[in-house]
Design a protein around this ligand. Structure first.
Ligand SMILES: [Zn+2]
Length: 227
């Protein structure tokens, strides 16, 4: 099923229009760099958006070219051009003796120390971005380890940075984007030898109701989000 591997069409449309939540947009952006099919869907929609903008421009007296030139002129006045060496952002994330290369859109997370919280024997989770609409997390699952069975109050989206995990019979490997809906239960388990690094966008807190987390729901939430 597609929902385990690609963003659905409404997410693609939100992304192309730029109305998607920023954290979720980062996951879609990382996926389309890996997936030709979704890349072309975004390209087509963006071209259509541009076309309707052009048509709207025909109906209104605003000259977009002129407006752009004016804006760029204003920016030139404010920003002194400086010669800068091109800096390659740090893309490497180290966790539990493993090394992962992050998509460029996620390298901002390495500008400060990653606040890992351990669980299981070799797994850990770290909040990366917290917003009113949802939160972004890095989740590292050690080889063979799993996240306790949980369901969702809202949708959870995940992008596999590197490795492979299994969820309800589906094998999700590097570059896949998946969506788990409210009410849906799952217990993702890493199946790759070096474990699996996933980045997840969660719209509301998860309900852990089996395993060690079950009585600790609120405590866990507090623990993960404390500074
Ligand atoms: Zn895709």
């Amino acid at each position: 099923m597609d929902k385990y591997y690609h963003p659905n069409d409404s997410l693609i449309a939100e992304y192309a229009k730029g109305t998607i939540s920023p954290g979720l947009g980062l996951l879609v952006s990382a996926h389309i760099k890996q997936c030709e099919e979704c890349f072309f869907k975004v390209e087509n929609l963006s071209a259509r958006e541009a076309q309707s903008l052009k048509e709207a421009q025909g109906e209104s007296p605003i000259n977009l070219d002129e407006a752009f030139d004016t804006l760029m002129g204003e920016i030139d006045e404010i920003v002194e051009p400086t010669l800068q060496e091109e800096v390659n952002p740090v893309q490497t994330l180290h966790v539990k003796g493993q090394e992962f290369t992050l998509p460029l859109g996620l390298t901002f997370a390495l500008e400060k120390p990653v606040n890992w919280k351990e669980f299981g024997k070799k797994s850990c989770i770290a909040p990366v971005m917290e917003t009113e609409r949802g939160n972004l997390y890095f989740i590292y699952l050690g080889p063979g380890e799993e996240i306790p069975n949980h369901d969702h109050e809202a949708v959870e989206y995940s992008y596999v940075v590197q490795g492979c995990y299994e969820s309800q019979g589906h094998f999700l490997s590097t570059g896949t984007f998946s969506q788990f809906n409210n009410g849906e239960q799952h217990s993702p388990r890493a199946v790759s030898d070096d474990g699996c690094l996933v980045v997840s966008w969660v719209e509301k807190r998860l309900n852990f109701f089996t395993g060690v987390f079950s009585p600790l729901n609120k405590l866990l939430w507090w623990y993960l989000h404390k500074a």
